[in-house]
Structures are given as C-alpha cells and as structure tokens.
Write a protein that binds this ligand. Structure first.
Ligand code: NAD
Ligand code: AHE
Ligand code: ZN
Length: 380
C-alpha cells in the first residue's frame, strides 16, 4: 500500500530531555510539503555533535527532538516542486544545505547556505512547522535539518543529495558529516600543500579525516595530539607521522613548545577537532610565526569563548573556522563518493562498530571509548 501523501508511523529515537538516554519509540512522520523530501533512512551514524546537543550545552539545542545528521537512505516521496531528487533515489542528508541561489551560495566564498539555516536552527521546516509528532500528538523538533535518528525523516530539498545507487549506504552515511568535515577542512579550507607541516588536535573521525586529507596532499609531517593513547595506532593507520599525548609531556614542557620544537618554529597548519577552547588556543599558538593557520572545526559549549594575545595574530598567525569541511554538499558529494569508490578516500576504515538502530544509546556510549571511531546503525 502506497505511503505517498500519508503520515507514516515508524521507529525513531526521541531526545525528550537533555542528558537523558534517547527513547526508542514509534513516532508519526507527516508527508513532505512543497520543496520537501521524505526519506526512508537506511543507515545513520552518531557524531560527537549529536552527543554535544544531547548533553544540553548546545545553545540551539531544543527538546523534545529527533537528533542525527550523519545519515543515508532512499527517497520515499517528494512534495510539490521538488525537481532535484525523486522517489527511489539513494541519498545523503545534508546539514549544510546548498540552494545555489542565495547570497552565500552565489558568493563563491563559502559553503554555508542561507536558504534554510534560520528555521533549521529553530528545529522546524522552512514553513515554521515540524513534520514529527509522537503518539500523544506532541510535536517533536527537527535537528540540523536532517533528523536521521528516525526510520523516516523529512528534509528541505536543498538539504539532500542524490548519490550513485551502487555506493553502499551503510558506509557513505559517514560522508554526511565526520569524514567530509575533516577531509574537506584539510583539502579545501586549509588547502594543505605538498611538504606542509600539520598538527591535528583530537583523533576522532573528524581529526583522522583531516589526517587523511593532509596525507593525500603530501604533507611532510602530520602530528596528532590526543590525550587518549588508544588513538596512537589509529593515527598512524590514517597517515600521521607522529603522535603526542600532551598529558604525558615532561615537567615544565607544554604542548605548544613541544610542537614548536618538533617543527623548527611551528606548524604551517593546525586543526582543532576537540571542541575544547583551551586546545583551540594551543593550536593557534603552535602555528608558525608569519604564516601558520589554525582551523577550528570542534564545536564548543554555550558560553565558551576563545582567547589569545592579539600579538599572536599581529605576528601573522591566522585563525579560521570550517563547517562541513567547506564542502558544498549537492555539488561535491558525487566527487567524494567517487573518491571513496576508487579507493582514494577512506570511509569504511572509520566504522569500528555496527548495531541495529534500537541499540542507539549504546552507540552514544561507545563514542567516548578510545577504540570506537564511528558506530553505524541500521534500520534493517
Ligand atoms: P570524537 O569524540 O570522536 O573525537 C574527539 C577526540 O578528541 C577524541 O579522540 C578525544 O580523545 C580527543 N580529545 C578530547 N579532549 C582533548 C584534549 N584536551 N586534547 C587532545 N585531544 C582531546 O569527535 P568527532 O566526532 O571526531 O568530532 C570532533 C569535534 O568536531 C567535535 O567537537 C564535534 O562536535 C566537531 N564537529 C564539527 C564539525 C564542523 O563542521 N565544524 C563537523 C563534525 C564534528
Ligand atoms: N548549534 C551549535 C552549532 C554548532 C556548529 O558549529 N555546528 C557545525 C556542524 S557540527 C556537525 O557535527 C556547523 O556546521 N556549523 C555551521 C552552522 O551553520 O551551524 C551552536 O554552537 O550554536
Ligand atoms: Zn557531525
């Protein structure tokens, strides 16, 4: 029986309250309106940002909501005026939309898109209303324009990209965030060049994807900095040349002086992939005088601010940020999928755990373990 145009009752994980486990239950997902797409999610992974928002420190965090933004699936139906995807298409959800028409998209300077970001941050669809409610009829907020922790979700047409149907959905879901973010930060935002020296703070999926981007560009030194020694082996596997645990430095030495010493004056590029504002300062100050650039990727809690002596910038160090690796999802996802398919972009290597969707709370727990990079959940 066709579901087109009708509400669908399906399984989802609802975040009812901050810092509480998700509740796996049946919810109702309304049909897509104009310029909207209803997706049957096949796979979703858990990113650190989902845990960050669930913890209650995200200033845009709203409850109750359906989290999740690293997902892949198949289009179930489309609303009026949707021309870019059709039922049956294999897709990846995009938390960084690409409308191709707004001031941002037309600028040629950024991958940020202005078309749906305001309503996305308010947890609703572009018309200001949600498509989710629970069985009591209570509305549930959307998250990052994706809400992939539901067997069916509704997204704006600008927030989804059709992909090669031969690409395995249970791998390419990671291109919806972690892998694309780190890889893009290295090859687009920083534009690392052959011979450059690079330090990556935080060896999760994002940091290790920076490492693989830097390696692909021929960086001469790739130093991973992580407080968890379990990350040493992972770092080497993805291409790091060195690993430093800042909590194990000899008395009197800090991580900045250690890195400056290892690189004859500082790094060409550093990346924060921790979300810790003290680490962000270290990453900036470990950059080479005159030209070193530090890229902030990590997401910090409400109220946290970065600081350094302005002298650090006066003397030529540059602080930058990167969202979704500077990648334009609808224009560039196809290329990343090809890179994955031809073996030049590692994706499967990040999948350390697989679970059925109902075990989603275990996946959140695993994210904090040194031996876990990503857990891929499956609705099958
Ligand atoms: P993760 O939790 O898998 O990895 C974080 C790593 O940082 C861990 O290995 C941990 O041991 C390490 N770490 C923590 N504190 C540290 C410290 N003080 N010094 C050194 N290492 C430290 O996370 P992830 O999924 O890879 O995400 C990393 C960060 O990037 C998070 O803040 C996440 O919210 C953010 N993020 C940003 C974007 C973006 O577009 N800007 C996209 C995805 C994720
Ligand atoms: N709501 C958060 C925003 C956090 C943030 O910076 N998010 C990243 C993506 S994290 C993906 O795992 C991002 O792309 N930011 C750009 C944007 O437009 O949100 C807060 O702190 O307010
Ligand atoms: Zn993410």
């Amino acid at each position: 029986m066709s579901t087109v145009g009708k509400p669908i009752t399906c399984q989802a994980a609802v975040a009812y309250e901050a810092a509480k486990p998700l509740v796996v239950e049946e919810i109702v997902v309304d049909p897509p309106k104009a310029h909207e797409v209803r997706i049957k999610i096949i796979n979703t992974a858990v990113c650190h940002t989902d845990a960050y928002t669930l913890s209650g420190v995200d200033p845009e965090g709203l409850f109750p909501c359906v989290l999740g933004h690293e997902g892949s699936g198949i289009v179930e139906s489309v609303g009026d005026n949707v021309t870019t995807v059709k039922p049956g298409d294999h897709v990846v959800a995009l938390y960084t939309a690409e409308c191709g028409k707004c001031k941002f998209c037309l600028s040629g300077k950024t991958n940020l898109c202005g078309s749906v970001r305001a309503t996305q941050g308010k947890g609703v669809m572009p018309d200001g209303t949600p498509r989710f409610h629970n069985k009591k009829g209570e509305p549930l907020y959307h998250f990052m324009g994706c809400s992939t922790f539901s067997e069916y979700t509704v997204v704006a047409d600008v927030s989804v990209v059709a992909i090669d149907p031969t690409a395995p959905l249970d791998s390419v879901c990671l291109l919806g965030c972690g892998v694309t973010t780190g890889y893009g930060a290295a090859i687009k935002t920083a534009n690392v060049q052959k011979g450059d020296t690079v330090a990556v703070f935080g060896a999760g999926t994002v940091g290790l994807s920076v490492v693989q981007g830097a390696k692909s560009r021929g960086a001469s030194k790739i130093i991973v900095v992580d407080i968890n020694n379990d990350k040493k082996e992972w770092s080497a596997e993805f291409g790091a040349t060195d690993f430093v645990n800042p909590s194990e430095l000899p008395e009197g030495q800090d991580i900045v002086s250690k890195l400056v010493e290892m690189t004859d004056g500082g790094l060409d590029f550093t990346f924060d992939c921790t979300g810790n504002v003290n680490v962000m300062r270290d990453a900036l100050e470990a950059c080479h005088k005159g030209w070193g650039q530090s890229i902030i990727i990590g997401v910090a809690a409400a109220g946290k601010e970065i600081s350094t002596r302005p002298f650090q910038l006066v003397t030529g160090r540059v602080w930058k940020g990167s969202a979704f690796g500077g990648i334009k999802g609808r224009s560039e996802m196809g290329g990343l999928i090809k890179d994955y398919q031809n073996g030049s972009l590692k994706v499967d290597e990040f999948i350390t755990n697989r679970r059925p969707f109902v075990e989603i709370n275990d996946a959140f727990e695993e994210l904090h373990h040194g031996n876990c990079l990503r857990t891929v959940l499956s609705f099958k």
